[in-house]
Design a binder for this molecule. Sequence first.
Ligand SMILES: Cc1ncc(COP(=O)(O)O)c(C=O)c1O
Length: 344
Amino acid sequence: MARPTLPYPPRISLGRFPTPVEPLARLRLRPGAGTVWIKRDDLSGTALSGNKIRKLEFLLADALERRCDVVLTCGGIQSNHARATAVAARRLGLDSLLLLRGEAPPIPDGNVLLDRLAGAEIVFISPEEYADRRALLAREAKRLEAEGRRPYVIPEGGSNALGAWGYVAMLEELWEQGVADPIRRLFFATGSAGTLAGLHLGKRLLDLPLRIEGVAVCDNEAYFRDRVLEICTDFVDRFGAGTIPDREEIHVIEGYRGPGYAKTYPRLLDLVRRVAGEEGLFLDPVYTGKAFLAMADRLADGTIPPEEEVGFLHTGGIFSLFAYREELYPPATPPSAGEATEPS
Ligand SMILES: Cc1ncc(COP(=O)(O)O)c(C=O)c1O
């Protein structure tokens, strides 16, 4: 059956799309033979890579249409979204201002290093200040306006109704690639709920028989349900397209966050090392590692029937891996006093 033509808003090209969809080749996660397909949104570019690029194609088209000259956004210190925004803004000749939660690192690493290199202005803020991020972004935008600039504010994660189009487009792309039809579940990490909302909207717009398996890396199911409903309601109001999912249909897997957002635990670090070591596929400990672990557990314990084909959306995040080097490979315990390491 022909798919409907969707009323996409204006979009600019930032990523290398379509991203590949590949089977896991070596890693054995389940007793059965069903394929695990990886949708490689981590390959949508280099510094411009990951799930945020799909959202930014719509958000920055809007910024350009409004003739804005500086883009503001926020995130954690190793935010992939903030980095993608800074790089994309620079490519388009726009400035960027990032509010990052945390203290300025003595040596910039991972995404912060790329933010700096891309010329972003970075304001480090405390977790307490971050709780008020919407107001802080609005205040910074006002300050810039007073200086004669034209600011464009992108919410945390690029997660709003306009950004959600990015994951409607991804679903359409995945189905056009022709390998996704047997996939009945799609696993991925959910943080600010924009990808989750876009997938729910896309599933309904395209009438796909898909179970959306968002894995929480922060917060809980009730929070994600509220956020998805908020984004979907705005989407339907603003674009006159799509339908709002039922609250119960928005299902989120809890139990993989560990001690907190961006915090690790031994099973997670083992998995990150194992998937890289056996498959040559790099996951990160903040997002994709947690989502992959949730999928791997369900494949191993038979929750997913052995022959069922499964999808994993790789949302990127490789640069934050560098900030976890010591957790992945703790430095050897220093020799105790008196123990000679080298001939003297
Ligand atoms: C690598 C990666 N995966 C997943 C997510 C979660 O996406 P969303 O914020 O749309 O829930 C993010 C968001 O920052 C991310 O950087």
